[in-house]
Design a protein around this ligand. Structure first.
Ligand SMILES: Nc1ncnc2c1ncn2[C@@H]1O[C@H](COP(=O)(O)OP(=O)(O)OP(=O)(O)O)[C@@H](O)[C@H]1O
Ligand SMILES: [Mg+2]
Length: 406
């Protein structure tokens, strides 16, 4: 039986996650495989150890393969914002056909035209995302195929990446025996799962609070407007706890996950925590308030940095749809309350609702599948029964779904 499977791969600083989704012709995605492996080859979102990264990718993918019961030959890969830049550009072409009906090929050509741009030598184009098409001066068109016109323009966002760090990432995935079928910006993947269409239209900030990085993505009028990445995350909180309470990183991480809260005021007066004994030291007790204080101060620092990054983008007032939190750190109890104080804006934590993968730590990998499905599959439905060869959606990915045989 032929099954249409997509594997989303998120190579994060604290974990590598591989998620396999099965897509049916109605576009419904069922998550059928989940693999996770601790990641030790990255620092602040950038690969520093190839072997360890290859190992983590292999482990995560093998775990997902065992669940799915088939091998995964290729993946769609998440690209983090620290390695990318966004450039707005326009492309213009004359509609080719004698009947002046705009075809897929015209759209492909206009996107190619938008790609013509001077780039610094250390950067390459990883994606072109159409924001709107303009046909004979009429703007705001999302899908011009089938319309009649003479002049087709596109207002597009070009995503560029740092060649060296991307090559390292690609090399690791390939050395793990996987073909890269396409790449997706992690901010766009997160948005698929975490944001509603209204939020993206009205204007919202999506904060992905990960282990080694905090990614700030601004959406407005339905599009990604701006992106910034801070080199801090939940691992810094763990580090602070280890130093502050004089314990190991492992104990510190456990304390954080089991007893951590974002606000000192949330920790009950007098509540104590047992610190496990480590070699040479007696088991000790610490105040829950002390743990909360350490967490709160680092979170305040991270959120303040986000406020500054937004100010640099020119966003000094809260956006209409407020702030949405995702990533592992967004699971911290009380974080939306703390963030509301700091941003002076409405804040909610994203709660992805996919069976088996409800936690926001899987949002990026699940979002990759959704992004690929949504940008590609609606085209399949439109053209089903029509042409024989399915055009790749704007030719952006080689093939839009994995074909596996079992
Ligand atoms: N329940 C929880 N409460 C608080 N923090 C948590 C919780 N679960 C996970 N974390 C923290 O979230 C971080 C990992 O988040 P995530 O898996 O999103 O990161 P990543 O994608 O691997 O890293 P990055 O995006 O920075 O490259 C770790 O620091 C972890 O301690
Ligand atoms: Mg992440």
């Amino acid at each position: 039986m032929k099954r249409n499977l997509i594997c989303g791969l998120d190579v994060g600083t604290s974990h590598v996650r591989a998620i396999v989704g099965e897509v049916d012709l109605n576009g419904t995605i069922n998550i059928i495989g989940v693999g996770t492996s601790p990641s030790h080859g990255l620092k602040k979102g950038v690969i520093v150890d190839l072997d360890k990264t290859v190992e983590a990718i292999t482990n995560a993918v093998e775990e997902a393969e065992r669940m799915v019961g088939t091998t995964i030959p290729s993946v769609f890969l998440g690209i983090v914002g620290s390695q990318v830049g966004l450039i707005d550009n326009r492309g213009v072409v004359a509609v080719a056909g004698a009947d002046k009906e705009i075809t897929e090929e015209d759209v492909e050509r206009v996107l190619q035209a938008a790609k013509v741009i001077a780039l610094p030598p250390d950067r390459e184009i990883i994606d072109v995302i159409p924001r709107e098409f303009i046909v004979d001066g009429y703007d705001g068109i999302r899908d011009p195929v089938g319309m009649v016109g003479v002049r087709l323009e596109v207002d597009a966002m070009i995503i560029t990446g740092m060649i060296t760090s991307l090559r390292n990432l690609y090399r690791c995935v390939e050395r793990a025996g996987l073909e890269i079928e396409g790449t997706v910006l992690t901010a766009l993947a997160n948005a698929e799962v975490a944001l509603t269409r209204d939020e993206k239209e009205l204007g919202t900030v999506l904060l992905d609070l990960g282990g080694g990085t905090t990614e700030i993505a601004v959406f407005q009028n339905g599009y990604l407007k701006n992106l910034a990445v801070l080199p801090v995350g939940g691992d810094h909180i763990t580090n602070d706890i280890a130093v502050g309470l004089r314990t190991t990183l492992q104990h510190a991480e456990r304390l954080k996950l089991d007893h951590g809260v974002a606000l000192q005021s949330m920790a009950p007066e007098g509540a104590m925590l047992e610190l496990p004994h480590i070699s040479g030291k007696e088991a000790r007790k610490v105040q829950k308030k002390e743990l909360a204080m350490i967490i709160e101060s680092r979170l305040v620092e991270i959120l303040q940095m986000a406020v500054e990054a937004l100010a640099e983008m020119g966003i000094k007032e809260p956006l209409p749809a407020g702030i949405v939190l995702t990533g592992g750190v967004s699971l911290t109890d009380g974080l939306p309350d703390l963030a509301e104080q700091i941003f002076q804006s409405a804040v909610r934590a994203a709660q992805p609702g996919y069976v088996g993968v409800k936690s926001p730590i899987y949002s990026t990998a699940v979002g990759i599948i959704h992004y690929i499905q949504h940008t590609q599959l609606h085209n399949l439905r439109e053209y089903k029964g029509g042409r024989t060869a399915l055009p790749g959606f704007f030719g952006r990915v080689k093939s839009w779904f994995l074909e596996m045989f079992d």
